[in-house]
Design a protein around this ligand. Structure first.
Ligand code: UDP
Length: 327
């Protein structure tokens, strides 16, 4: 049985759906503070919180878990700076409780949802996994602390882990049945598409004075289904090799905020209004991944690397979601 913590969240719910389609047995653990019940309808779900050891025991006692995908976390950079305790306690303590339960119940394998935020402002582009880790946010720091904790438990031969450092996840399930729905929404592509459906008046672009070709920040957008594919390959690799590793997951291609906006205009055939405002604190100018390690070791290649395809899948989902909010 596969345990997916945070299985009601954006990326977690996409993995759960794919695993079920592949005929796997899955149990979702989520407190539904930010995750959605509609995203995991008709599945095995345990409602609980990783900060509560009794809740975790419920899953490990009632299901025969042999592998874990761990998504459950707070994930907003801005919020982490305003409420660091929430992030350290929620993300780090929650994961410690999970690892403790894994060891107690002899569960050896965990794929952990990490982030490009562990790097902070990179020294070189594209970013390789061995570059210095200097997070510029509490969120990034909490992810790095968890990676380091996992590494120690791996060195001590208690568990094996793969940490996947996502760049900018975007897009939706191929059939448009589930997709990204944060509340509040802070991510660029959903905000651009909410503007295209008329839910917002305009997009506020956080600064056009960065050292990039049009002055707006460059990011590496990766289709959520390509992320999911990498998770499944990472679990297979870890189980067959009995090794631990960290991998970047991106496309290795960067797009500016204005390029995203232009592509979204083309895909949606809508005029999307925008206004340039001041920089958002903590935003690095350029984040682009080197994914050579994941390609070489996991045999993974992103299949939907085209930005138009990523935005098109997200668009299909957004139109549907905004029309039928009663999911
Ligand atoms: N961004 C923006 N306006 C918004 C949201 C985001 O200009 O309303 C920019 C942001 O400054 C960053 C890029 O879009 O350069 C991607 O931001 P997002 O929050 O989607 O992801 P992040 O890179 O922060 O993880």
């Amino acid at each position: 049985m596969i345990l997916v913590t945070g299985g009601g969240g954006y990326i977690g719910s996409h993995l759960v759906k794919k695993l079920k389609e592949d005929g796997k047995e899955v149990v979702v653990f989520d407190n539904f503070e930010r995750g959605h019940k509609w995203a995991v309808k008709d599945l095995d779900v345990v409602e609980g919180d990783l900060r509560n050891k009794e809740d975790i025991k419920k899953v490990f006692n009632n299901y025969n878990i042999d592998e874990v995908y761990h998504f459950a976390a707070y994930s907003l950079v801005g919020e982490s700076m305003e409420n660091p305790m929430k992030y350290f306690k929620g993300n780090v303590c929650g994961t410690l409780n999970l690892i403790e339960a894994m060891i107690e119940y002899n569960v050896r394998y965990i794929v952990f949802s990490s982030s490009a935020a562990v790097y902070g402002n990179p020294e070189k582009i594209p970013i390789t996994e061995d570059q210095p880790k200097n997070p510029t946010s509490v969120y990034g720091q909490s992810k790095l602390m968890i990676e380091e904790i996992l590494e120690w438990f791996s060195r001590l031969n208690k568990i094996r882990y793969v940490a996947l450092r996502y760049f900018n996840a975007a897009g939706a399930y191929y059939d448009g049945s589930i997709g990204e729905a944060h509340d509040p929404e802070t991510h660029l592509i959903p905000i651009v598409l909410q503007t295209a459906v008329g839910k917002r008046e305009k997009v506020f672009i956080y600064g056009n004075d960065y050292p990039t070709k049009d002055g707006t920040p460059v990011r590496d957008y990766i289709h959520v289904m390509d992320l999911i594919d990498a998770h499944i390959k990472a679990m297979e690799w870890m189980k067959s090799e009995d090794e631990s590793e960290v991998f970047n997951l991106g496309n290795g291609k960067g797009f500016t905020v204005l390029e995203v906006l232009e592509t979204a205009k083309k895909v949606t055939s809508k005029d999307i209004d925008f206004e340039i405002t001041s920089r958002r604190p903590g935003d690095p100018a350029v984040l682009v991944a080197s994914c050579e390690r994941a390609k070489k070791v996991l045999g993974w290649t992103p299949k939907s690397s085209d930005l138009e395809k990523i935005i098109l899948d997200a668009w299909r989902w957004h139109k549907k979601f905004e029309q039928h909010k009663n999911f």
